[in-house]
Design a protein around this ligand. Structure first.
Ligand code: FES
Ligand SMILES: [Fe+2]
Length: 387
């Protein structure tokens, strides 16, 4: 197929298909944190979910975090007799979401079941699919995105943050903040000079990803800083990847767990630590130090992003006076606006309806909304009204 022009790719970047946040695999937690002893409460795109390992198979399970009896959170329950048990009245659920025990009754109500989310494990993470059930089998198998295939020393982790995924995404596409926000870690105040950013649309569909952007940064007054060329990618729905030439690369998933919150999932590769990795002490140092250092850098951003989020909630603009260095942020934010203004009401969970769980189990659309707040009833399906 002939490669597409920048104009065609730009249209595709903002298209309905490329702004669909639901139909994706999301890495949500590290595989090592999921056990068959205790359920874990999480969210994805606002859906409350409970995750655990099936004691019989060790399989990672994700169910909606709402008991069909009285809507208590199943994530505060227990794993008993190999089943997920609600701690309110002890109803027990199989790993397919079907209730198999109601201690206070002879019979099990017919509608006593909860939605099961497709869940899998890859590259050290548990991945959840919050989209349409009939599309999951066509989706490429999940794998961490990297710009290049290289055999480098790799470390990964997850941090749970009360920061909106959009703000964290922007932060990683913002080269001008490094000398100031990260002055004591990865930035250097003296490296701050005039900066220009170029940005092109890129097609990653043949690799199982979407249409994204690729940015390069140049600092014409400091050619010495351009020896290591940094290449930025933003790939929908929430991937930012930074490539530092032969030095290493990093991929971040700012997973939208719920409004104002995200799971920061990172995978970092180092092009200069192969010798340290060969020795026990070197590996131990890397295992201990890398998460600490990553957290330290993240906390430098946290103060900015948390304050920014509070002001945006009070009605402030995300971008008032853009400068050329903000080009990648602008291109990301224009895409994010399209996501929020989708005809189907956008990606966020809008609440349970009385028959929501049956609807979700059957894999039919969660809702059909025409225009802002206008509810369209499709056949017998009841739909939740949006704000
Ligand atoms: S609310 Fe879960 S068993 Fe009653
Ligand atoms: Fe930062």
């Amino acid at each position: 197929m002939a490669s597409r022009t920048q104009e065609e790719l730009e249209d595709a970047y903002y298209s309905e298909a490329n702004t669909d946040m639901r139909n994706h695999w999301y890495p949500l937690i590290a595989s090592s944190t999921l056990t068959s002893e205790k359920p874990l409460g999480q969210h994805i795109l606002g859906d409350p979910i409970v995750m655990y390992r099936d004691p019989a198979t060790n399989e990672a399970i994700t169910l909606v975090d709402k008991c069909p009896h009285r809507s208590a959170p199943l994530s505060v329950g227990r794993i008993m007799d190999g089943k997920l048990e609600c701690r309110y009245h002890g109803w027990q659920f199989e790993s397919n979401g079907v209730c198999s025990k109601v201690p206070s009754n002879y019979k099990i109500p017919a509608n006593a079941k909860v939605r099961k989310y497709p869940t899998t494990e890859a590259d050290g993470f548990v991945w959840v699919w919050p989209g349409d059930l009939d599309r999951v089998n066509q989706a490429p198998k999940p794998a961490i995105y990297f710009q290049t295939q290289r055999d480098w020393v790799q470390r990964s982790g997850v941090e749970v943050l009360d920061i909106d995924s959009s703000l964290l995404n922007e932060n990683f596409l913002d080269p001008a903040h490094l000398p100031f926000t990260h002055e004591t870690t990865i930035g250097k105040r003296s490296n701050s000079t005039v900066m220009t950013v170029s940005c092109e649309f890129i097609d990653k569909t043949s690799e199982g990803f979407g249409i994204g952007i690729e940015g390069f940064v140049s600092q014409p007054e400091r050619p010495d800083l351009e020896k290591v060329q940094q290449k930025f990618h933003f790939i929908p729905p929430c991937i930012v990847s930074l490539d530092f030439g032969g030095m290493g690369d990093q991929t971040f998933y700012c997973v939208p767990t719920r409004k104002g919150h995200c799971n920061f999932v990172y995978s970092q590769r180092f092009g200069f630590l192969q010798s340290a990795e060969k020795f026990f002490l070197g590996r131990a140092m890397l295992n201990w130090y890398n998460p600490q250092y990553t957290r330290k850098i993240l906390m430098e951003d946290y103060e900015m992003l948390k304050g920014q989020q509070e002001r945006l909630a009070q009605g402030a603009n995300a971008m008032n006076s853009p400068v050329p260095a903000d080009l990648m942020i602008k291109t990301f934010r224009n895409w994010w606006r399209k996501v929020m203004k989708r005809e189907d009401g956008g990606p966020w969970f809008t609440g349970f309806s009385s028959d929501m769980e049956d609807i979700l189990l059957e894999g039919v659309p969660r809702r059909a909304v025409g225009g802002k707040g206008k509810v369209v009833k499709t056949g017998k399906d009841k739909v939740a009204e949006t704000a």
